[in-house]
Design a binder for this molecule. Structure first.
Ligand SMILES: Cc1cc2nc3c(=O)[nH]c(=O)nc-3n(C[C@H](O)[C@H](O)[C@H](O)COP(=O)(O)O)c2cc1C
Length: 408
């Protein structure tokens, strides 16, 4: 029986173990995790979500305080003029990327996940700053996510590393891919890889709640491979979402995927950014705890554990120092939901959650559909119900060498 380790992912002149650890923001797929994937010959992602905050945590910078101070005059519920300082944002991105890349060794690669839908009160300016600073910081590759990214390639066109770094996009359908390919053709720079994310993935989802039950990864993989063949494009497709073990991965590789992207099983590893108690809560979760919800102010459905502390939580919107979800007019639908409840502290806000608050505190328990099965891959818990957490290396090697666990 074949194993993932029998296959290779070829991107340009480089070959990798065909296992990609997906970006998990904010700082859930830590630099330590991504660097481990790289050391083991695969590809690891860091995420640039809330990168100024992440820099402050690791490098003693004070980007968040500086932004808060610059926006201190903004009225409590009017964030029209709240902005990010683009130079500081670029500095934070470059710092995070370059500090990560300095520590890199092994034959794999470290990529960064860059979400378009983090509008950051100036969707174009902040995205341009992040993308270019990631290239300047020496990242091996950029995975464009949470959006169609029709202008992202153009935004990087003048960067000296535009053709040297790998650039890929996450899509959930052949239709979305066709839109991106059209915009890529306009700048004469096709993606080096495509991550195809199916309905079982964690994080924000590229499907409406109604579509989720009707779609599956193997069918949309077929659609995308057919589209690429018709267009005579040879771009590796990395399949993602609910790939729970080696057997699932091999199945997708045999269907024509070039690699798999996996995340949920890594969210509870020692290297993951979540606090220990959260990792244990993920492992103890049951199937009925996993829901897909409309609470994210990004407008995308998000899969999460319904018992996570973010649900129904009330906190004053923190847009002066954070404000990652503010649109270009300074609105965030969490703020709207907060005001609709009377703008008072203490009342449960059920409609939306404050992503900035909960992702900075690790209290939004987003996960893939198979999270409740993680316990099957671990030893028995101790007498207090505590599971011994695996390392990134152990989970990576389980995908690579173990042909068991088919769930797809
Ligand atoms: C905790 C968690 C956080 C995630 N955060 C992001 C993110 O910030 N950006 C993104 O594009 N995808 C995100 N994802 C999606 C993953 O990168 C990945 O594509 C997907 O979860 C793979 O499916 P799996 O979790 O079933 O293995 C996240 C997934 C998880 C589990």
């Amino acid at each position: 029986m074949s194993k993932v380790g029998d296959y290779n992912l070829t991107l340009g002149k480089s070959q990798y173990v065909p296992i990609v650890i997906g970006g998990m923001g904010v700082d859930i797929s830590t630099a330590d995790m991504a660097l481990e994937a790289c050391r083991l010959g695969g590809i690891g992602h860091i995420s640039d979500a809330m990168v100024p905050f992440v820099c402050d945590k690791y490098f003693g910078t004070s980007f968040v305080a500086s932004k808060g101070k610059a926006n201190a005059a903004a009225p409590k519920f009017d964030k029209t003029n709240v902005k990010f300082n683009l130079d500081e944002l670029a500095e934070a991105e470059k710092l995070y990327i370059s500090k990560t890349m300095e520590r890199k060794h092994g034959s794999g690669a470290v990529f960064v996940n860059v979400m378009e839908k983090l509008n950051m009160a100036d969707s174009k300016g902040t995205l341009r700053a992040r993308l270019n600073a990631a290239l300047d910081g020496g990242i091996d590759g950029i995975t464009l996510s949470a959006g169609l990214h029709q202008q992202s390639l153009k935004m990087m066109e003048e960067n000296p590393r535009f053709r040297d770094a790998k650039i890929g996009i996450i899509v959930s359908s052949a239709r979305a891919l066709a839109i991106f390919i059209r915009s890529a053709s306009r700048v004469g720079r096709l993606p080096d890889y495509i991550v195809l994310e199916g309905p079982l993935a964690g994080g924000h989802l590229g499907f409406s709640i109604d579509e989720l039950a009707e779609r599956n990864l193997t069918t949309i993989l077929g659609d995308v491979l057919t589209f690429l063949k018709e267009k005579e494009l040879q771009i590796p497709v990395i399949a993602a979402g609910g790939v729970f073990g080696g057997a699932d991965a091999v199945k997708l590789l045999e269907l024509g995927a070039s690699a798999v992207q996996v995340a949920t099983r890594f969210a509870i590893t020692k290297e993951a950014g979540f606090p220990e108690a959260t990792k244990q809560a993920y492992i103890r979760s049951n199937k009925e705890d996993v829901i897909v919800s409309g609470v994210s102010p990004t407008g995308y459905p998000i899969r999460l554990l319904k018992f996570g502390p973010c649900m129904g939580y009330n906190n004053l919107p923190q847009c002066n120092a954070f404000g990652y979800v503010l649109n270009d007019s300074g609105r965030c639908s969490y703020m709207d939901a907060y005001l609709a409840e009377g703008g008072e502290e203490g009342k449960p806000i059920n409609d939306k959650i404050c992503l900035c608050h909960h992702f900075s505190k690790y209290t939004c328990f987003t996960c893939g559909a198979n999270v409740y099965r993680i316990k099957e891959t671990l030893g028995k818990p101790d007498e207090n119900g505590i599971y011994k957490l695996p390392t990134t290396e152990e989970v990576f090697n389980d995908y690579k060498n173990n042909a068991g666990i088919e769930t797809l």
